[in-house]
Design a binder for this molecule. Sequence first.
Ligand code: IMP
Length: 499
Amino acid sequence: MAKILKDEAHTFNEYLLIPDYSGAEHIPNKVSLKTPLTKFKKGSKPRIQMNIPMVSAIMQSVSGDKLAVALAKEGGVTFIFGAQSIENEAKMVKNVKAQKAGFVISDSNLKETATLADVIALKQRTNHETIAITSDGTNHGKLLGLVTSKDYRPNRLPLTTKVKSFMTPLKNLVVARDGISLERANDIIWENKVNQLPILDKNGNLKYLVFRKDYDEHELYPNELLDEKKRYIVGAGINTRDYQERVPALVKAGVDVVCLDSSDGFTQWQADAIKWIKKHYPTLPVGAGNVVDGKGFRFLAKAGADFIKVGIGGGSICITRETKGIGRGQATAVIDVCTERDKYLKETGHYVPVCSDGGIVLDHHITLALAMGADFVMLGRYFARFDESPSNKVNINGTFYKEYWGEGSARARNWQRYDLGGDAKLKFEEGVDSYVPYAGCLSDNVRLTLEKVKSTMCNCGALSIKDLQKNATLTLASSTSIIEGGAHDVVLKDKVNVK
Ligand code: IMP
């Protein structure tokens, strides 16, 4: 007979936090949400530390390059979806890494033999005012000059006029050398009253443009998550089939961290993949999962995983529990895995961060997951609702929605993830295709969510995630007390038809 666990498995919604003493210092502005993404030895620092405890799900309808930049600006990490060709995924990573905070790779470039007609056509296509004139017309050619709208009057100049005759030539431009800090570049822009500053390498080739307006925007993102070259940090999803080709391409594109994407990570395939990556790319962090108990955690930790994801069957679009009867209540799974993580730390001196993946419905579920020991959460539905997710925005009966579908749905046809062995066909679905209410831009929503998280942390007397994990008290709520937690015994105004 099978072993039957004595305790029931619970979800986040069944728990509440009990407030603790809050002193005058417990105000949201003082709360730090910094958290490790990758494993570290006790006393040392993780290779990647995030500024907020949020990463985006490895899903076609969630994590493209646009979302990656938006989330990195807020301090979190996107894992670009792996259910696409190696070439496309690497291109998305490359697009993210090409954007250095405040340093822009010029996307409007011409040769000096181009004409005014070319300038006008290019401007219409890119919508950008500044055109770099380079020796070969590419974004990294030798800089010869710049053309902005101040350089020409379209109705006074014949369209056949060569760029060379009206561009501002290099000798009249203010430029700076590659390696300059963004602050210094901005000072030069102000001191010289210019709107943009070309950054050149030692041979005079164009590397970046720094724009006055972008610097102001940069100041709006105090939490942005950057690598040592001031580029946005980005992750990518991988599978256990083609990693020997996919990982090299992603590394070449500049990926900072990869994560094995599977509904069940307690497998030999994941251990083999981790070992191969560690052998060939020893400095590349690799996340693994998903698991729902201490045994699964220990297996992946021993295999060398840099972080471990928890959760089977709790995702909003997931029907794994219905189709296959596997999974575990998300809260219980997180508590069990984090207990094992702490034991593992005591035994080995290695801290392996835990990610709670899926099933976050209300903002306070994030705070609960953190209090239960998770270092960060992975969200799909949450991010799918925003402008920056790659899916379509549709209007149904006057309300806007975004499309959101599971990686195990027929639509995603992500056979590598769900059909572990055998041939590459989807035999049955583990996810659904759905709509989620459109919610605007990522930045507004993430900031509001995290204000709530910080506020609850203050109620619990915690100024950091570690404080919360150490000192928070959680209680299981009875079903009646959950009802008591919503508005009750009143008639809500939007339900009354006032004439
Ligand atoms: P959500 O944040 O509740 O929407 O859950 C997102 C998580 O659900 C992802 O990070 C995956 O772990 C999981 N997931 C994604 N697609 C599927 C699917 O088709 N079936 C089951 N789980 C899925």
